[in-house]
Design a protein around this ligand. Structure first.
Ligand code: FE2
Length: 446
């Protein structure tokens, strides 16, 4: 049998005492036979795993054996516990005589920690649109944690003028088609490097299922197929139960940051992006969290963004379409509110004002919108948008990611871009850095 570890390794969901480690066996990854995902026959396969304090595995602290099941496309999710807080670990898998690559992960710090948290944010990686060069650079940063804010795959038919081509060019709809989409994406070595470099905490947007889908029952069956494929390919703690998958959650990083991860699709109905239960939970977290920074990790542009020209001037599938819910989030008066978002395939940064229509109203937080890893941007008249929205402070129209540090006294971000995604190996550069100390964004020169 060929080496089954073609899709790399990953870790995620860091807690002070543990992480989830992931791999998926796929010796023939792009096989088109839906009865043999990854090219394997329908029986469970034994997989051994190890976690060590050092990259050469001389100090192994946890190990075990698990079964990769055909029901879950031979994916493996191991919840490793008993680890030390705020510590690096290395992990690997073995099946028969084949070894996986080695991944590096890191636990969250303990509750009393004031050590600055080094994070990165990425999203929107449409395969046909370009190379994942940004991930190669992100991996080299080895942050404590990587947040992914949606569009891990695109269900859409293959794009026009593809930089890279898909094995299945029609829109994904069956479980086999969703699996094949993830498989093609995950064969990318730069994406594998980003997973092997640090633990991920991911949420989704719409394209993991269907363009602009909502919580309507008409989507339940397709959603169940898409959610299953999502689980099979990401290092998350919980399995889907048919069309339901518990996605909103929090990850606490000591005293500095509580990352509040939102699900903006599963429970969405007209006028309500989050659903009653998630909103109640969110407002409770904002009111009671004692962390210096309360960080919303979610896909969609949060600040008001009026686009001059032909109506509609506000995008109604982002937070401008849910203004009453956004108002209730501000009314929780969190203090130290930060939003990390994406979706729009360009970099933006914005002050959050209690009343966006009143430039004198108090600044209540900051939003850092991350550009796409590869997905093409819409055409944007950035000077006109900046002029029409004084609270929006920054725009860059290139692909890239954001990295930053949540410290005890300030919250810093760097905007990174790559020169091109149409050819491999482009350089990355920092195009802006911002510091916020709780009174809005201060620009610092680069
Ligand atoms: Fe996207």
């Amino acid at each position: 049998m060929a080496n089954p570890f073609t899709l790399g390794v990953a870790s995620g969901e860091p807690l002070p005492d543990g992480v989830v480690i992931w791999t998926r066996l796929a010796p023939a990854p792009l096989t088109l036979d839906p009865a043999r995902p990854g090219g394997l026959p329908s029986r469970a396969v034994e997989v051994r795993w190890q976690v060590a304090e050092d990259e050469r595995f001389t100090r192994i602290v946890r190990e075990g054996v698990t079964q990769a099941q055909p029901r879950w496309a031979f994916s493996v999710h191991v919840r490793v516990d008993g680890l030390r807080p705020g510590a690096d670990y290395f992990y690997r898998f073995r099946s028969g005589s084949d070894h996986s690559p080695v991944g590096r992960t890191r636990t969250a710090p303990d509750a009393a920690s004031a050590v600055p948290v080094r994070f990165a944010v990425a999203n929107c990686q449409r395969y046909e649109h370009g190379f994942y060069t940004a991930y190669r650079h992100l991996a080299a940063e080895r942050p404590d944690v990587i947040f992914f804010v949606g569009d891990y795959v695109y269900e859409s038919p293959q794009a026009a003028n593809p930089v890279r081509t898909l094995p299945n060019t029609s829109e994904a709809d069956t479980l086999a088609e969703y699996r094949l989409r993830y498989t093609r994406y995950k064969l990318d070595k730069d994406l594998q490097a980003a997973h092997a470099a640090a633990p991920w905490v991911a949420t989704w947007d719409d394209h993991e299922v269907a363009d602009n889908y909502t919580g309507a029952p008409s989507f339940f069956r397709r959603r169940a197929r898409a959610y299953q494929a999502y689980y099979e390919h990401l290092p998350i703690r919980v399995k889907p139960d048919a069309h339901l998958l518990q996605m909103f959650r929090r990850r606490v990083y000591g005293r500095n940051a509580e990352f509040i991860v939102l699900d903006s699709r599963q429970f969405r109905v007209p006028g309500d992006m989050l659903g009653a239960a998630q909103e109640k939970w969110l407002l409770e977290r904002l009111r009671t969290s004692t962390a210096r920074w309360k960080v919303l990790v979610e896909p969609l542009f949060f600040a008001r963004r009026f686009v001059p020209g032909n109506p509609p001037n506000l995008r109604l599938d982002a937070w401008d379409g849910f203004q009453e819910q956004r108002r209730r989030i501000f009314d929780a008066k969190a203090g130290g509110l930060i939003v990390l978002s994406g979706d729009v395939h360009n970099h933006w940064a914005s002050d959050l004002r209690a009343d966006f229509l009143d430039p004198q109203s108090p600044i209540v937080g900051a939003e850092f919108v991350t550009s796409s890893i590869s997905s093409r941007p819409p055409s944007t008249d950035a000077p006109a948008v900046l002029a029409a929205n004084p609270h929006i402070r920054f725009f860059d129209g290139r692909r890239g990611y954001v990295s930053g540090t949540a410290g005890a006294s300030d919250f810093r971000v760097s905007y990174r871009v790559v020169d091109s995604v149409e050819k491999a190996g482009a350089n990355v550069r920092i195009v802006a850095e911002f510091v916020t100390e709780g009174e809005g964004i201060k620009r610092s020169d680069v």
